[in-house]
Design a binder for this molecule. Sequence first.
Ligand SMILES: [Zn+2]
Length: 367
Amino acid sequence: MKPALMNDTNGLIAALLRDLATVQTSQQSRWGYKRAAAAVRNLEEPIESLLQPDGTLRKIPQVGPSSSRVILEVLRTGRSETVERAVAASGKGSEVAKSRELRGNFLTRAQVVAALRNRKLRGPVPSAYRGDLQMHSTWSDGSQTLEAIITAGIARGYDYCAVTDHSYGLPIAGGMSMAKAIEQHLQTDALNETYRGRFRLLKGVEANIRADGSVDMEPHELNHFEVVVAAPHSALRSTADQTARLLRAISTPGVNILGHPRGRMYGSRPGVAADWDAVFETAARTQVAVEIDGDPARQDIDFDLARRAIRARCLFALDSDAHSTEELAYAETAIAHARLAGVPADRVVNTWPLDRLLEWALAARDR
Ligand SMILES: [Zn+2]
């Protein structure tokens, strides 16, 4: 079954601008086209709606004149001869083709908005979403304070959020020592006291899945946290099968969520290669929720792979992976993928009331 995807000119144009970026010789113009591509991917509405009666384009921030010419070309002819010629002349055709392959099943913001509004889709409605279970704060590599997460969460209509700063195994991402984590938990307790009855901040962590599938924290350390996300951050360009790595991680006592399971990145890396049906079967058995990470550059797993996880009867976690309060909106990307896949709302742990969520999370320790 094909998902109810709208005709996505925004995605087509963004991809062409990325191709154009790839073949630039100057760093500055490469950045310029990349910025323009990102701006088009982030548009709330189909780009056709920005076309004015006189045939010009309404101004899009971050999109310069040469990018605008490509956009108009595509809107008029459905393709861009400018980009085709530039790619052919560059001798970088194979590099461009490779990065095209790494953009499959990424939604543009306009597609996300359409999927959230489309009433024909089954899957969780945005209003059923009670809280976000992966995000980063100033305690690791995020820019949002704990209190900012609470006020932003309340504004978004959430009941709870899990702050899942990186573990000490990932110093490159500002991973917290256990001493720091304990300090963070004291601050969390104080904030939860202040916001009692209105919002609950959950003590979480994003542990790293090492290359051998072990998690980079001791079992007694994991027990300090209410929500444990385990996610791969290395060996993401390898083509070797890594099924065993993921199976070991999701069989680890205390692990609740398999975070950005593939570790793919838009246009740049494919992420983990694995027998996904085997991974999902084990995740369903161990009751580890498979994450749909809503970071626009990740979208991991996507609606296509999510359908296989539905067939395996998996639980799902739909998370923003936000590093700032504005990025909390990335949860909508995850919800859009779940809607396109048709994930039953009750299988999404973010739709559960807090008591049920905590009970499920705690049960993982006795795995
Ligand atoms: Zn991560």
